[in-house]
Design a protein around this ligand. Structure first.
Ligand SMILES: CC(C)(COP(=O)(O)OP(=O)(O)OC[C@H]1O[C@@H](n2cnc3c(N)ncnc32)[C@H](O)[C@@H]1OP(=O)(O)O)[C@@H](O)C(=O)NCCC(=O)NCCS
Length: 186
């Protein structure tokens, strides 16, 4: 795929900013990610990219994070190339996102669940179980979806608006609904 656009044009400068920023501890970068969460325009996109590059386990090229996106535990995240995360998304914990993935606004990823086995303790004090969410390459997740713990969505799939994805799906599927089910193959 042809790599065009501002990111590749200015990649050397972006890499220089990443290098300078890498001298700051992760904790400070995470704090700045909150401070710059709502910064508009391409400036905000650039700042968030540089910060995330030094926080995430992996961050590819041209990852565009729009305003008001909340990252909870971004240090557990792996994100590929050419990914866009649109306004008001919420991403919590262990998440792997492949290449060419678009996540529309107000979509939430929750890789953890509370447990309730110990009746002596309130549910919120019981252990939390984390299962990684995996979004393979070339997936469009439409607006207002919820992707739950342990789910894997196969390559070249579409998740329709408002879907609650509770289990994994094979590649080439359009899935919709609550709970999400296959509408048709792509
Ligand atoms: C899934 C989607 C891509 C449409 O796919 P499509 O192949 O054109 O589907 P159709 O419109 O032909 O609908 C087929 C059936 O699925 C249902 N359906 C479509 N989208 C649905 C959704 N998100 N949730 C539940 N059902 C849905 C339709 O009601 C229809 O049901 P019916 O056969 O009982 O009448 C689209 O509906 C969608 O969700 N788009 C997301 C838009 C969005 O979030 N944009 C954000 C900007 S990136």
């Amino acid at each position: 795929m042809n790599k065009k656009g501002s990111f590749y044009k200015f990649k050397m400068i972006i890499n220089f900013l990443i290098w300078i920023n890498s001298f700051l501890p992760k904790k400070i970068n995470k704090f700045f990610l909150i401070i710059f969460r709502n910064t508009p325009t391409v400036i905000g996109v650039l700042i968030r990219y540089v910060l995330l590059k030094n926080i995430c386990k992996k961050l590819g090229d041209n990852v565009v994070v729009y305003q008001h996106v909340v990252f909870d535990a971004p240090e557990m995240m792996e994100i590929g190339n050419e990914v866009s995360i649109h306004p008001f998304c919420y991403l919590a914990g262990a998440i792997t996102i492949g290449n060419y993935v678009s996540i529309a606004h107000t979509t939430a990823f929750h890789s953890h669940n509370h447990t309730w086995g110990n009746k002596e303790l309130p549910i919120k004090m019981n252990p939390v179980i984390v299962k990684r969410i995996v979004i393979q390459n070339d997936v469009w997740i439409a607006c207002n979806c919820v992707i739950l713990s342990g789910v894997e969505i196969g390559t070249r799939s579409v998740v329709g608006a408002g879907s609650i994805v509770t289990k994994s799906f094979e590649k080439n599927s359009i899935i919709v609904g609550n709970p999400a089910k296959i509408l048709k193959a792509l």
